[in-house]
Write a protein that binds this ligand. Structure first.
Ligand code: C2E
Ligand code: MG
Ligand code: MG
Ligand code: MG
Length: 281
């Protein structure tokens, strides 16, 4: 009987795995079409200086408008794009589009945002011609390296440390700024964090949303912000949703923040009207 139960469980498991595999395959096929069919666009979320309360930059966030399924969140399709390698051409499109947009803002506005942040996948960074691609994009879009901030996740810092330090150093030599995204959720080794030429630690949303709820989140956020300062770099908080979050982050001397309290990720038109009015929070 136990054996039969086991078998039944395997069948259910198999069916679930089968359905998941089919789903992935469909997304993968659709992703291949998406680039061709112009189904991608970028949203822009303001990054605010906690010193001045003004927008100093935007983070470009990828959006996929699927013809049948509607809007699909990047957390649903980026992992599949990473598994299949499709994240390389998709990521290149994101970089090119973000940099051209930045150039246009610099031409169009008297007070353009100082930086545009773009999320990078490990697969992109590991492409043998990654630096050439970056150079080509900077040259073609005519923006300075210092206008660009690349966001990496902690898990990207895990293997092949020496090679990575070299590539990041090359980005630094182009004045490109580097952030570690979602800091505190991965497994970066504190023993070599100081060897990476990074400019920002981005405190993960999980620790910000816990501020004021009675747990240890504030202490963890405080520790990460202080770690950044000990390393001689800046801290950014993501997922700032309430005035309580903001007050705590200001008390902790966090330099920059983004989150729904200031603004959700915006489409191009809304981002541009924000740049024009340059509000102060
Ligand atoms: P991320 O880089 O950590 O981006 C921040 C995410 O938090 C965004 O989700 C943003 O919309 C969301 N967010 C910002 N403020 C708040 C807030 O106050 N409350 C809440 N609840 N959420 C907030 P999104 O746009 O769905 O992106 C999810 C993730 O997908 C990103 O996390 C990033 O890891 C990845 N991603 C997005 N665009 C790209 C891309 O172009 N390339 C790569 N490789 N990954 C991307
Ligand atoms: Mg990010
Ligand atoms: Mg993040
Ligand atoms: Mg995040």
């Amino acid at each position: 009987r136990a054996k039969e139960q086991g078998k039944a469980r395997y069948e259910i498991f198999d069916r679930a795995m089968y359905a998941e595999a089919i789903h992935k395959l469909q997304i993968e096929n659709d992703l291949r079409q998406a680039a061709v069919g112009q189904e991608f666009h970028l949203n822009y979320q303001p990054i605010v200086s906690l010193d001045t309360g003004r927008i100093i930059g935007f983070e470009a966030l990828l959006r996929w408008m699927h013809p049948e399924r509607g809007l699909i969140s990047p957390s649903q399709f980026i992992p599949i794009a990473e598994e299949t390698g499709l994240v390389v051409p998709i990521g290149e499109w994101v970089l090119y589009t973000a940099c051209s947009q930045m150039k246009q803002w610099q031409t169009q506005f008297s007070h353009p945002p100082a930086k545009l942040s773009v999320n990078l996948s490990l697969k992109q960074l590991r492409e043998p011609d990654f630096l050439e691609r970056i150079d080509r994009i900077l040259t073609e879009t005519e923006i300075a390296g210092e206008s660009l901030n690349l966001e990496l996740t902690e898990s990207m810092l895990m293997d092949n440390v020496e090679e990575l330090i070299f590539v990041l150093g090359q980005l630094r030599a182009r004045n490109i700024r580097l952030s570690i995204d979602d800091f505190g959720t991965g497994y970066s080794s504190l023993s070599y964090l100081h060897r990476f030429p990074i400019d920002y630690l981005k405190v993960d949303r999980a620790f910000i949303s816990g501020i004021g709820t009675g747990g240890k989140s504030r202490q963890i956020a405080a520790t990460i912000i202080s770690l950044a300062h000990q390393l001689g770099i800046k801290a950014i908080a993501e997922g700032v949703e309430t005035p309580t979050h903001l007050q705590n982050l200001q008390a902790l001397n966090c330099e920059e923040a983004q989150g729904y309290l200031f603004s959700k990720p915006l489409d191009l038109a809304a981002a541009e009207s924000l740049i024009l009015t340059n509000p102060q929070w």
